[in-house]
Design a protein around this ligand. Structure first.
Ligand SMILES: Cc1cc2nc3c(=O)[nH]c(=O)nc-3n(C[C@H](O)[C@H](O)[C@H](O)COP(=O)(O)OP(=O)(O)OC[C@H]3O[C@@H](n4cnc5c(N)ncnc54)[C@H](O)[C@@H]3O)c2cc1C
Ligand code: FES
Length: 280
């Protein structure tokens, strides 16, 4: 992390990918302007950064690239309000700031040696994509057991990372299950809600950890499936999205009980969340 955590690191928009047919979700690839900043930006999957646009403000966004992808950072951003709309209007070559990496990570060390079930819904798949790319990288794949992925979107046009998913589908060391609530004429894949597909795929809870991220309604119906499969609350992890300001545990904007989501999270196990108040 940079010496002064309030000072954004200068970056340039190197590539913009429009992810969905509605055009309101784009992936931004940033290149660091200074080599030293790039070398010092050490992160792991699950962390986020504040995207900083001068005169507009900052937005906390999960890091969608994996640290195994060198030379750039990627963020997948839905247009929501002031900062994200400004970001969406940018062109390649625009300069702005990134403040981070911030927050904790998916529990990488704990995941090692275990079978991993990754469940994602909608565009909350971003830091899960980072985790998957991290685990399947040649340097890391042998450290993890079976990897099962269930990823769903409302309709085919809302699936993100389509090119990458096509590559993952060809792998034999990753059990990928992509589903849409409702297909269209061209859709040849699965149809069905994420919880139903999880039930159908029925990953074993033996030596396994589930990492789940998505809209609250998806999480609400997915958790009982995993409890039925025998997953304990200690072995189910999720990531919280709260309103944030400083991102470094100073302003008190994001606390849940005695924890700061920006610093102690955003990743928590269900067992940890159970100990907090029910504010999240
Ligand atoms: C740890 C973390 C990771 C996130 N990762 C991503 C990501 O990968 N991609 C992505 O698109 N978004 C992500 N978000 C949400 C993102 O931070 C907000 O959508 C963004 O800050 C909105 O900023 P804005 O200036 O464009 O909108 P504003 O003008 O501030 O607000 C526009 C609308 O968005 C709502 N809003 C603002 N902030 C949040 C928030 N934190 N959560 C929910 N609603 C909010 C406001 O109530 C308002 O209705 C993440 C949030 C957190 C805390
Ligand atoms: S955002 Fe300031 S304490 Fe978490």
């Amino acid at each position: 992390m940079q010496t002064n955590p309030y000072v954004p690191i200068p970056v340039e928009v190197a590539k913009i990918i429009t992810e969905v047919t509605t055009k309101d979700i784009k992936t931004f690839r940033f290149a660091f302007l200074n080599k030293e900043d790039e070398e010092n930006f050490n992160y792991l999957p699950g962390q986020f950064a504040e995207l900083s646009i001068f005169g507009k403000g900052e937005s906390p966004i999960g890091i969608a690239s994996s640290p195994t992808q060198k030379g750039y950072l990627e963020f997948t951003v839905q247009r929501a309000g002031v900062v994200t709309s400004e970001l969406h209007s940018m062109e390649e070559g625009t300069r702005m700031g990134v403040r981070g990496p911030l927050g904790n990570t998916w529990p990488i060390e704990y995941l090692k040696g275990k079978n991993i079930v990754v469940v994602g819904g909608g565009f909350a798949f971003t830091t899960l994509r980072s985790l998957i790319n991290y685990m399947i990288h040649d340097d890391n794949r042998s450290q993890f057991g079976n990897i099962t992925v269930v990823y769903g979107a409302r309709e085919p046009g809302l699936l993100i990372y389509k090119d990458e998913i096509a590559l993952w589908e060809k792998r034999t060391d990753l059990a990928l299950n992509v589903t849409v609530d409702k297909g269209d004429a061209d859709w040849k894949g699965r149809e069905g809600f994420v919880p139903a597909v999880c039930k159908d795929v029925a990953p074993s809870s033996e030596n396994a950890v589930a990492v789940i991220c998505g809209p609250p309604i998806m999480i609400r119906f997915t958790l009982p499936v995993f409890f039925d499969l025998g997953f304990s609350k200690e072995n189910i992890y999720t990531s919280l999205e709260m309103r944030m300001k400083c991102g470094i545990g100073k302003c008190g904007r994001c606390n849940v009980g005695h924890k700061y989501v920006c610093k102690d999270g955003p990743v928590f196990s269900l067992a940890e969340l159970d100990k907090l108040t029910k504010e999240y």
